[in-house]
Design a binder for this molecule. Structure first.
Ligand SMILES: Nc1ncnc2c1ncn2[C@@H]1O[C@H](COP(=O)(O)OP(=O)(O)O)[C@@H](O)[C@H]1O
Ligand SMILES: [Mg+2]
Length: 216
């Protein structure tokens, strides 16, 4: 069954659509495993705390890239590969593309260098399908600020608009380079419209791979 990842800036609508897609797949009788990055495992959650903690002001860019990769390595080994082996559809909120964009492009470490680290971390596990939720940086800021009342911005959210612009541009470049894997979604549109579009792509993938769930 497919390994599907969801990428895009914070507030782009990934969590909303993962929940909706999971519901649809489950209703078709498929086993669905939802997970997220960084985190998704005990070890990954500890790394997530470090990565998002505004008090960690001395984390070097390379350290940041490696900690994300470490969290990902654990998630692949502990959750994603076992779930795929059991025949589950795996829905993952962020994956390697996020590191290429946020650390490779955003922090200027270089997309290819970060890709190499991640090939090692994931042992080469690549998503079958990736949905890139594309929104302007201002839309991302606006949507997350509405949810941020209870807490301040995390370590990554404190970065500049220029940083997030580099991240967005890098995501778009990945979508252009790998059109067979990455579906770019115009994510400023209403949730219902996005849900339909995502569902059409997933159904298409399932039928192309002869894994349609509903066989009456
Ligand atoms: N298509 C959409 N249009 C408008 N608001 C949305 C849309 N999708 C999600 N939202 C809202 O934006 C905020 C962030 O959505 P969320 O799904 O948590 O994004 P992400 O997981 O990408 O950070 C939430 O308040 C959510 O209700
Ligand atoms: Mg989310």
């Amino acid at each position: 069954m497919p390994f599907i990842t969801f990428e895009g800036l914070d507030g782009a609508g990934k969590s909303t659509q993962i929940a909706r897609l999971a519901q649809r797949l489950t209703a078709q009788g498929l086993h669905v495993v939802c997970t997220r990055e960084p985190g998704g495992t005990d070890i990954g959650d500890r790394l997530r705390e470090l990565l998002l903690d505004p008090a960690q002001t001395r984390l070097a860019p390379r350290t940041e890239a490696l900690l994300y990769a470490a969290s990902r390595a654990q998630l692949v080994a502990e959750v994603i590969r076992p779930a795929l082996a059991e025949g589950a559809v795996v829905l993952c909120d962020r994956y390697v593309d996020a590191s290429l964009a946020y650390q490779g492009a955003g922090l200027g470490l270089g997309v290819e260098a970060v890709a190499a680290v991640n090939r090692f971390a994931t042992d080469g596990l690549t998503p079958d399908l990736t949905f890139l939720f594309d929104v302007p940086v201002a839309v991302s800021r606006d949507r997350i600020s509405r949810d941020m009342d209870k807490r301040g911005p995390d370590r990554i959210e404190r970065r500049s608009d220029e940083y997030f612009q580099r991240v967005r541009t890098a995501f778009l470049r990945i979508a252009e380079t790998e059109p067979d894997r990455v579906v770019r979604l115009e994510a400023s549109r209403p949730p219902e419209v996005l849900e339909q579009e995502i569902w059409a792509h997933v159904q298409n993938w399932l039928s192309k791979h002869d894994r349609g769930a509903m066989r009456e």
